[in-house]
Ligand binder design. Structure first.
Ligand code: FMN
Length: 312
């Protein structure tokens, strides 16, 4: 593996908000991706969708992930200022959630390569030379069409693909199956490998198999320093400070009630696995205000000072 490993914070709805992306950036992530945003909602001027696209100045390069299935709507969405400020666009062709698939979006496009191609080509034209990627899974229920789908992405104008090496049917069960990666990597389109990546030795193996980089999702939740770990870089993170800063950044864009709700799941992730933290997490989940959440966190770390800092 080359000394420089290209790392991507995989898009996660409800998690890869502007604050979390900014915090991951401090630990050297190579590229961040926003939560998925509906291209249709953006074009219709939906204010929440647009607010989701705020970003911090240190968060670059970052891609905006859009979902949809109407080529012209998708093309129009990437020309909006809120999207155009991003360094690139990622098209979601992997989301397995029933509501999304039922509308023909996300991984529904894996079943319809012709329409998927039209979407990519339309966004390509609208984007000009700006980077464009596609996030996909291996297929709907098997990986038979995966190589053809990557070829289609290449021929339709994508600059790279991020592949979650599971099928839609698998959702998040089982383990990612990387057996097609070597063949996929030879198709002339860079492949970012994604699925269950949590340590440097996996990254070495995937790079040896031809991956141009790695996408990390769940393993980064509560552990944004994983990007330093994957690079073998030293790091130090004060968890309480990080939680407070996370909330403060969200507060620059969202109302306090929204911040409190968003912070509940992040605090659960930051405190995951810490001794005696279960009761704090339960109390956080039941909290009624951001103040209450932060007080609970301060109390926990006052009582467990050894857990407050993580370094390597
Ligand atoms: C809570 C959650 C939300 C997700 N939201 C998105 C999303 O908005 N767009 C997307 O392309 N993938 C989404 N994913 C999939 C991840 O980007 C990633 O492909 C998947 O979790 C596998 O990587 P991991 O094993 O590193 O988590 C989501 C995953 C999770 C767990």
């Amino acid at each position: 593996m080359s000394a420089e490993l290209f790392t991507v914070l995989s898009p996660m709805a409800g998690y890869t908000d502007l604050a979390f992306r900014s915090i991951c950036r401090e630990f050297g992530v190579g590229l961040t991706v926003t939560e998925m945003v509906s291209s249709k909602a953006l074009v219709m001027g939906n204010s929440l969708s647009r607010r989701m696209l705020h970003r911090m100045p240190n968060d670059a390069p970052a891609f905006c992930q859009i979902f949809g299935h109407e080529p012209q709507v998708m093309a129009d969405s990437v020309q909006l200022d809120e999207v155009a400020v991003y360094e690139g666009v990622d098209i979601n062709m992997g989301c397995p959630v029933r509501k999304i698939v039922g509308s023909g979006d996300g991984s529904a496009l894996l079943d319809n390569p012709h329409l998927a191609s039209q979407c990519i080509a339309a966004v390509r034209r609208a984007q000009g030379n700006k980077p464009l990627s596609v996030k996909m899974r291996l297929g709907a229920s098997d990986s038979c069409g995966a190589l053809d789908f990557v070829r289609m992405c290449r021929d339709s104008g994508a600059d790279f693909v991020t592949v979650h090496f599971r099928t839609r049917k698998q959702m998040y069960s089982g383990t990612a199956d990387y057996s097609l990666l070597p063949q996929m990597a030879k198709l002339g389109l860079p492949v970012i490998a994604n699925g269950d990546i949590a340590d440097r030795s996996q990254c070495v193996r995937l790079a040896d198999m031809g991956a141009s980089g790695v996408g990390v999702g769940r393993a980064a939740l509560g552990r944004p320093y994983i990007f330093a770990q994957l690079q073998g870089q030293p790091f130090e993170m004060d968890i309480l400070d990080t939680i407070e800063r996370h909330a403060q950044i969200l507060g620059m864009v969202f109302a306090e009630k929204v911040v409190a709700n968003e912070m509940k799941k992040h605090v659960a992730a930051y405190l995951k696995g810490m001794r005696g933290a279960k009761q704090t997490v339960v109390s956080v989940m039941n909290a009624h205000s951001l103040d209450q959440i932060l007080t609970l966190c301060r109390t926990y770390f006052a009582q467990n000072p050894l857990y407050r800092s993580v370094r390597q």
